[in-house]
Design a protein around this ligand. Structure first.
Ligand SMILES: [Fe+2]
Length: 461
């Protein structure tokens, strides 16, 4: 489907490298890429972006993600609708004759009255860094071929560009987001997805056919570059009223991640190295309090990050820890209380979140001194604190968040201050209260990054 460009209505952000430019988030100019504040509707089932590939049992919904800790592995996933077919992936490096095979597994699941197709997951490992590979899935006349490029070897000065998308859904705006990302001249090499994928749970009985349409929709990009998954609330699919009481069932069957490579015990939280970045994915909808598996894993793992190898430390989570919008106000507060001291102590560079369908970006501030009775609840500038970025809405049918909270609850005040700061200084005049359509590339090279609304110096190590 050719996207309906409504460029005048969109704000576009670009994250790129800049060295030692600004200590905090000094502002720049927003671009002319603004998102209209209209509700967008899901594309109909017969949309061409949802087209089933031709041929009996043809593999569909092909997508890849990183398959190991350092980027020499890829998990290739696809679905065959009629019968299991083959679990094998045939792959080869560009400019070589030698073809390799790897065998995966196939899983299925039922959800209420829906039965999934045959969901294949195959991990291929020990690939060469920085190399283009072709791969084929399927058998007979329904073989389909794709390609991907492995990342460069992990190292401190390895340039790399990530895309960022969250809350995507499958509306006409979702399609515009994906197209905009694909056409972006910054050319994202892997995509960090901050949760809320298909929004199938917005349908009666969580109609899982909308998971299938979403899988076919994203294939055009996700089959060619890894999408690094974070689970959002729309992945929980907890619906005991219809007999579905296993959280994350569709999500965990459809989207495998390399969690064991980072010694995690759950696919909902894990970490990877990629180029110059160490990326920690957290699950806000799993237990994360003290002594929980996620807490124990995180607090071990964050201490192990070798910043001379991966100087960039990036955390992905779904609901933001700082949020001044009315929408989902304070939902990230418990996560903030538990993890902000760790983020500051270990100098996380940036925390990306979605969930709130709008853009917001913080100064490097922390609010870790507050102990309920000491009154120190106002955040302070802190060079060791991350920049918190709520990346903005990917286009789902729920629409944009526009209203700001004016509550003066002490622990919320920091976010309000930040929002007011941006207004006062005119840093993001078009974003506050409007929301920005996000598919932003994050270009990492040495010790900084910038958006077209501001520059950020890397956290001092
Ligand atoms: Fe969400």
């Amino acid at each position: 489907m050719v996207p309906k460009w409504v460029c005048a209505g969109f704000v576009y952000l670009l994250l790129g490298l800049i060295l030692n430019v600004a200590e905090f988030c000094n502002g720049g100019m927003t671009s002319g890429y603004q998102r209209p504040n209209n509700l967008s509707f899901d594309m109909p089932l017969d949309s061409d972006v949802f087209r089933v590939p031709p041929g009996y049992n043809a593999p569909q919904q092909v997508h890849i993600t990183q398959g190991d800790y350092e980027g020499r592995g890829v998990i290739i996933s696809w679905i065959t609708p009629d019968e299991p077919g083959s679990n094998t992936v045939v792959y080869w490096a560009e400019n070589t004759e030698l073809k390799n095979c790897a065998d995966g597994i196939v899983v299925t699941y039922k959800y209420f009255d829906y039965t999934s197709g045959f969901i294949h997951h195959c991990t291929i490992k020990d690939l060469e860094f920085d190399t283009k590979y072709y791969y084929e899935v399927g058998i007979g006349n329904t073989t389909r071929q794709f390609w991907f490029i492995t990342p460069p070897k992990v190292g401190p000065d390895v340039p790399y560009t990530f895309g960022l998308i969250g809350d995507l859904g499958q509306t006409y705006d979702s399609n515009t987001t994906l197209t905009h990302y694909e056409l972006n001249p910054a050319k994202g090499q892997a995509l960090l997805f901050v949760g809320d994928l298909s929004y199938a749970d917005d349908y009666p009985f969580h109609d899982n056919n909308r998971w299938d349409t979403w899988g076919r929709f994203i294939e055009r990009n996700a089959a060619h570059q890894p999408w690094i998954w974070t689970a959002g609330n729309h992945e929980i699919d907890f619906a005991p009223a219809i007999g579905e009481s296993i959280p994350f069932k569709p999500y965990t069957h459809r989207f495998f991640v390399p969690y064991e490579a980072s010694e995690s015990t759950s696919p909902l939280w894990y970490s990877i190295k990629r180029a110059s970045a160490y990326i920690i994915v957290m699950s806000s909808y799993s237990a994360f309090g003290k002594y929980t598996p996620q807490y124990k894993w995180f607090t071990n793992k964050v201490t192990e990050v070798n910043r001379t190898e991966t100087p960039w430390l990036i955390v992905l989570m779904h609901p933001p820890m700082y949020n001044s919008y009315v929408s989902h106000y304070m939902e990230g507060e418990t996560m903030r209380v538990m993890y902000e001291p760790w983020f500051v102590e270990y100098k996380v560079d940036v925390v990306f979140a979605g969930h709130v369908h709008a853009y917001e970006r913080s100064e490097r501030v922390s609010n870790v001194a507050y102990n309920i009775i000491n009154g120190l609840c106002t955040p302070v500038n802190n060079h060791s604190a991350p920049v918190y970025i709520t990346i903005g809405d990917g286009g789902n049918q729920e629409g944009l968040s526009t209203a700001h909270s004016h509550t003066t609850q002490p622990t919320v005040k920091p976010a309000l201050d930040m929002a007011f700061l941006t207004l006062r200084t005119g840093l993001m005049p078009t974003s506050v209260g409007i929301g920005i359509k996000m598919d932003m590339p994050l270009k990492l090279t040495h010790n900084g990054f910038t958006t077209d609304t501001g520059n950020h110096r890397k956290s001092p190590l």
